[in-house]
Write a new protein. Structure first.
Length: 245
């Protein structure tokens, strides 16, 4: 009986010491608390959800009016919407290919869209960001793609100039197509969308802290290297990047 009482007294002393220790804040106690969290709360990098943070981005710039391009300098003429896009060379710069927009009220400069020997520029009409644009895609050098989105709804016409490969897709499934832009050998991908009257963008590599982010247009998803040397698949839901199992 004496042994039992002694054991209970000792247990009470140990318990009392433990209680006093836990009342005092210390780094050791914080570590113990984190360790004791249920395993279900431990989230691996691949299972996280990333909140998309959009910031004000580039703005549409008005095109500059120029004199009509001389016929002898023209390379190609393509009708698109209510306009024509001309490609041409300058007499003092024959290594570069330039573009001009012929609109109802004059001719406008679109700058360089290519170079001698390169024929990878294209012109089309696209519906993106809630309106119609004349899109001119090209490259101005090795690994130097450009995409020009020209709006004919303003006077003078305006252009969104993006230095990347671009596609138009409704990545957040809100009924309006966004611009998905990718650049670099280690792919860096951004999304451009309208927030009321402002054009905003989010760099997915920075949002996910990922070395590589690529867009798969067929599945409307993204592939990212969130964990080193491992690619995972993601989709956008409610302005969040959500992992696909």
């Amino acid at each position: 009986m004496k042994k039992t009482v002694t054991a209970l007294i000792l247990l009470g002393v140990v318990t009392g010491c433990s209680t006093t220790s836990s009342d005092a804040p210390s780094p050791t106690n914080n570590t113990t608390s984190a360790t004791e969290q249920p395993a279900a709360n431990v989230v691996t990098p691949e299972a996280k959800q990333f909140q998309l943070k959009y910031t004000t981005s580039l703005t549409a710039e008005p095109l500059t009016k120029i004199n009509a391009v001389e016929q002898s300098k023209q390379l190609k003429r393509q009708a698109v919407d209510e306009s024509k896009v001309l490609t041409y060379k300058k007499n003092d710069d024959v290594e570069k290919v330039y573009a001009a927009l012929q609109f109802k009220d004059g001719t406008y400069d679109m700058g360089q869209i290519g170079y001698e020997g390169a024929n990878d520029y294209s012109t089309s009409t696209v519906n993106v960001l809630g309106q119609s644009y004349v899109k001119v895609s090209s490259s101005v050098g090795a690994n130097a793609p450009i995409s020009n989105y020209v709006s004919l709804s303003t006077s003078p016409p305006t252009v969104l100039h993006i230095e990347a490969h671009t596609v138009e897709a409704d990545v957040d499934q809100d009924g309006i197509k966004e611009i998905v832009a990718t650049i670099g050998t280690a792919a860096e991908t951004s999304i451009y969308k309208m927030d009321k009257e402002y054009l905003v963008s989010a760099n997915l590599n920075k949002v996910m802290n990922a070395a590589i982010v690529m867009y798969d247009q067929e599945s409307n998803t993204f592939k990212a290297e969130v964990t080193k040397d491992e690619m995972s698949q993601w989709k956008i839901e409610d302005d969040q990047l959500v992992p696909i199992p």
